[in-house]
Write a protein that binds this ligand. Sequence first.
Ligand SMILES: Nc1ncnc2c1ncn2[C@@H]1O[C@H](COP(=O)(O)OP(=O)(O)OP(=O)(O)O)[C@@H](O)[C@H]1O
Ligand SMILES: [Mg+2]
Length: 240
Amino acid sequence: MSRAMLEADALVAGYEPGTPIVQGASLAIGAGEILAVLGPNGAGKSTFVKAIAGLVPLGAGRVVVGDVDVTAWPAHQRIEAGLAYVPQIENVFATLSVEDNLALATRGSRAARRAALERALGRFPDLGLARTREAGRLSGGQRQMLAIARALVVEPAVLLLDEPSAGLSPRVVGELFGQLRAIAAGGVGIVLVEQNVRAALALADRALVLVAGRNRLEGPAADVAADPLLAALYVGGVAA
Ligand SMILES: Nc1ncnc2c1ncn2[C@@H]1O[C@H](COP(=O)(O)OP(=O)(O)OP(=O)(O)O)[C@@H](O)[C@H]1O
Ligand SMILES: [Mg+2]
């Protein structure tokens, strides 16, 4: 891996003081790399990425973006440092058009904002065709693409995605993951939280399995996919 674009070291985080959900989890990701973050329900995956984004208070640990230690920074400053987070739900403004959703994410001069909006639409041809449609009237796949396009408008170094494939058909997941591959090929590091274990492992370069808020298994995606512990961790065969 090249120099890490994001490092989260030994994070302890939770919603109430004294009740940590994330209990020492760590990850590192380089430019253009896709890291799948897997684990059973309630393992703390969402809390981990929220803590990296600055949306859940940290009890301990360190978050570094490039060379910059952002541990003490609020969420909005972490976005400026290059960290973009897309939550699992409510990640677009349902009553606004595709264009307006994107426009709200742009910054800078009028010309810069216009250019950023067109770049975002150009990346997702499906969205370009639906630019005046209300986000609430998009298909599930289009809505996820819009949420990701919004996050990309600021040209982040790292995208943190929480279960972008939830509720989508296998065909649409294939399309969406193809887009993620293209985004990574452009140099963006992607942290991909997924329940869709097999599809995520097929896409990712490396994988991390969290259990009870800690790293339980990690390595190249193919190695994690082949590890018997993976299936054992997903009781009921979810990972099979
Ligand atoms: N807003 C919240 N306030 C208090 N506790 C929460 C909150 N969100 C999650 N939790 C608790 O934190 C623990 C871990 O939840 P988290 O959502 O991080 O897990 P997850 O691995 O993302 O699970 P899933 O696969 O179901 O998305 C759970 O016990 C959950 O009940
Ligand atoms: Mg979750």
